[in-house]
Write a protein that binds this ligand. Structure first.
Ligand code: LMR
Length: 331
């Protein structure tokens, strides 16, 4: 009798373990480098919520903001080996992966506004670009907006001559390197998580950022001037480990696809306002002086930076022409 009781309770425990195991959610680790309180940080949280809703709790997205898990370069490697499953790196960070075409987004002044940009990201060019990631073991799911970059430094930057010799932190994009050199600045590639300290200690003098990144990293504490240039776009590709994604049950994948479509809409709806609000907060802090350019000053900066378009040696000419055609780009 005792023996049967033991067997029965053993079976009961085993059954419980199996049930618990069967109900373990699929975990998606989503790592990123910016603060939670940014367009990307908020959209990642929105995706997490929608993914849980649409899969009825079968998928748990764990969001790790602020380079908590990995810095820029490491996060790409972590995705490829499957240590994390989802990222949303800036489009300027795909060059080191060997997909140079993404650097098209870094060409200065190629997009005047979000509408022009969406003609590319939401059209065939965007689809073709995401497809290029597959050979790297990566699937591109979507583009998420952040915004247009502004120049900041501890000196006043208005004219191209003002940039001469100024050490400017850039993301790991050769086009951004060319852009800064076209101004006579001295570009330095650096992980996002290191920028605040580098600015504080004078390792670099300035940087370029959408204001939401600038404010949430507290760069206004260590930069005296910000010039409103809107000279380039910074946004993201949401990417996943291809094998992980393709191995998911079909119903789960389609629920996640739906969650991604809605999270993308959310990201793109809030991005502009997040940046406008951040600018208001930088102004209110009184720590960074905001510089508006005259039309003549804008023209001079644009002329100096767009020189990069003409001597392009990294991005296929046809891609540049197609993007310029899609946006109606004018010098
Ligand atoms: C940067 O490194 O400046 C940005 O790519 C950070 C980000 O992810 O917005």
């Amino acid at each position: 009798m005792k023996f049967y009781k033991k067997v029965l309770s053993g079976l009961f425990v085993a059954g419980l373990v199996l049930t618990v195991q069967a109900e373990e959610p699929i975990v998606i680790k989503f790592s990123h480098v910016v603060a939670a309180d940014t367009p990307k940080g908020k959209a990642a949280e929105q995706f997490k919520k929608l993914a849980a809703d649409y899969t009825k709790g079968k998928v748990k997205v764990e969001v790790y903001p602020n380079s908590q898990l990995y810095k820029d370069k490491e996060e790409m490697e972590a995705l490829q080996i499957g240590a994390v499953q989802m990222l949303a790196p800036s489009l300027a960070k795909f060059g080191p992966l060997g997909v140079r075409e993404f650097e098209i987004f870094d060409l200065p002044y190629i997009f005047d506004n979000y509408e022009d940009l969406h003609k590319v990201t939401e059209g065939q060019i965007g689809k073709d670009l995401l497809k290029k990631l597959e050979s790297k073991g990566i699937l591109g799911l979507s583009f998420w907006d952040n915004g247009f970059k502004q120049m900041s430094a501890n000196k006043l930057l208005k004219k191209p001559e003002d940039f001469k010799g100024v050490k400017m932190r850039i993301q790991s994009s050769k086009i951004l390197d060319q852009q800064m050199r076209a101004l006579g600045a001295n570009p330095q590639v650096m992980a996002f998580s290191e920028v605040y300290q580098a600015l504080q200690t004078g390792v670099v003098d300035g940087t370029e950022n959408p204001v939401s990144n600038f404010f949430t990293q507290k760069m206004h504490e260590v930069q005296k001037f910000m010039t409103i240039t809107n000279h380039g776009y910074l946004g993201y590709a949401v990417i996943v480990n291809k094998k992980f994604w393709e191995d998911l049950p079909v119903d789960i994948r389609s629920a996640l696809d739906k969650a991604m479509v809605e999270a993308t809409q959310f990201a793109n709806d809030i991005a502009k306002k997040e940046n406008d609000d951040a600018l208001a907060q930088v102004k209110a802090s009184g720590k960074t002086q905001i510089i508006e350019l005259t039309p003549e000053e804008k023209t001079a900066l644009k002329k100096a930076m767009t020189a990069v378009h003409d001597k392009q040696d990294r991005i296929p000419k046809t891609l540049i022409e197609n993007v310029q055609k899609a946006t109606g780009f004018k010098k």
